[in-house]
Ligand binder design. Sequence first.
Ligand code: DOR
Ligand code: ZN
Length: 358
Amino acid sequence: MTDNIAPRASDSFSITRPDDWHLHVRDGDALRTVVPHSAAQFARAVIMPNLKPPVTTVAQALDYAARIRATLPSGSDFEPLMTLYLTDDLNPDEILRASATRSGGTAAQVVAVKLYPAGATTNSAAGVTDLRKTYPALEAMQRAGMPLLVHGEVTSPEIDLFDREAVFIDTHLTGLRRDFPELRIVLEHITTKEAAHYVRDAGPNTAATITAHHLLYNRNAIFTGGICPHYYCLPVLKRETHRLALVQAATSGDPHFFLGTDSAPHATHLKEHAAGCAGCYTAFSAMEMYTEVFDTANALERLEAFASFHGPDFYRLPRNTGRITMARRPWQMPQAFAFGEGSLTPLRAGQTLPWKLQ
Ligand code: DOR
Ligand code: ZN
């Protein structure tokens, strides 16, 4: 037997500038911490509308975009891509107004509408109680080519928390797909083998985002060495077989799958709490984490398509032209960031990460 002398993967590489197709930045003081982090990593990000109160009109979305832009470092060309929050009574006229922003002339674009089943997650109380009630809005979206972004979990208390995504696919998504075959649907932050396989087989009008944390961790992370609230998010981390299916989907080169961090900042004291909030803060080091996943899977050559091509292609937006460089250079994640009156603990606080965005 000869020694195994597999070539060492290169210590640095560059790819087209990536985008984040699912991001929470909140509002007010929080923006000053988190917007510069995302702007350092990504050219664009799809901004979730689950504020209190939710972003339900184009006018609110454009105002929100202006507040986000106001916190950008000087010289940054980061572009927030805005979304509307779907409610039972969202007026189809609002979809037409949203669609009109995509032809330019407004300060920002409203690119999609987000479906939260009422009660599924953070600030989802105003979400959808009955999908049928949203059909007039969905018809307008199908006609306009406006994507529907789906938090795909049922909320019934009798359904086990770990099964809520798989049950949503069977009881809601397949019916929606049948009733609106041309509607462009993104199943957000998928966490299960069932979701990965559904999307893979669903044809060109369905896609999915995958977070870094669901690629890196299984549910053991929440419970190892005591309860670890910084690994708690929704949909909750699943077992290892599901994580492996997500890694397979992300690294497969399949255009159905693209990057969406679901970075969801909550103040440290609200995560480390008797009823800790759901959400992992990953925006500061998102590309570092995704690079680690693809490196571990021996698939670095597929990172660019996942991070920089499949998203804009699905949203029918131009791909970015600039480039970023990732280097194998271990560094330590900060313990916390200042966050308004409190602090913000990132996922992997204090840990060493192998890759660094240059
Ligand atoms: O973990 C999560 N946090 N999942 C979501 O769906 C919402 C998000 C948030 O806004 O905090
Ligand atoms: Zn989210």
